[in-house]
Design a protein around this ligand. Structure first.
Ligand code: HEM
Length: 150
């Protein structure tokens, strides 16, 4: 009985290992998990806060002065963890709801994307992982940008 149980457990472990190596590691794991993601988000938000293109938009500036940056970092970290396949769940508002009042333009989106790239390079995030992240972030653009041609 005991041998049978041990054998089943062994087979289960082998199956899980085989499946993981076949599918590869999640983007969350390849980025280094929550501590690495939180570190990158921390630097990213700090960089955005002093971006003159973004601060020229009075709605963005107003929201930044009102919303505690530690909370924003927490929410963005949770979202990135979730969408990259991590175990943490994002509980904030949907992207459209949380950005609609900011009147974000295409130029401001590009300014954000430029800072994102700069920070990922600074932390030596490999090209493959950067591309996967950009693709995921890109899916939020329609909800976040109100004036794509401006
Ligand atoms: C130009 C681009 C962006 C700007 C200027 C921007 C700015 C902001 C600001 C000012 C807030 C606070 C809004 C408020 O509470 O009144 C906010 C919230 C948030 N942003 Fe962005 N954001 C941008 C793009 C993104 C992207 C690409 C993501 C992630 C894919 C993101 C994720 C979030 C999250 C998770 C929150 C918190 C929502 C909540 O707590 O309900 N943002 N953003």
């Amino acid at each position: 009985m005991k041998t049978k149980t041990s054998l089943s457990a062994l087979i289960a472990v082998i199956l899980i290992v085989a499946q993981t190596s076949a599918q590869g590691k999640s983007l969350y794991e390849r980025l280094g998990g929550v501590y690495s993601i939180a570190t990158v988000v921390d630097e990213f938000i700090e960089t955005l806060l002093v971006n003159d293109v973004l601060n020229a938009n009075p709605n963005i500036k107003e929201a930044r002065d009102r919303v505690p940056k530690a909370g924003l970092k927490f929410q963005v970290t949770a979202l990135v963890c979730e969408v990259t396949g991590g175990p943490i769940k994002y509980t904030g508002r949907p992207m459209k709801e949380s950005h609609q009042h900011l009147d974000i333009t295409g130029t401001q989106w590009n300014a954000m994307a430029g800072d994102f790239k700069k920070v990922l390079d600074k932390f030596n995030v490999p090209e493959k992982e950067q591309n996967e992240l950009f693709e995921i972030v890109g899916t939020t653009k329609n909800d976040i940008v109100k004036f794509p041609d401006k």
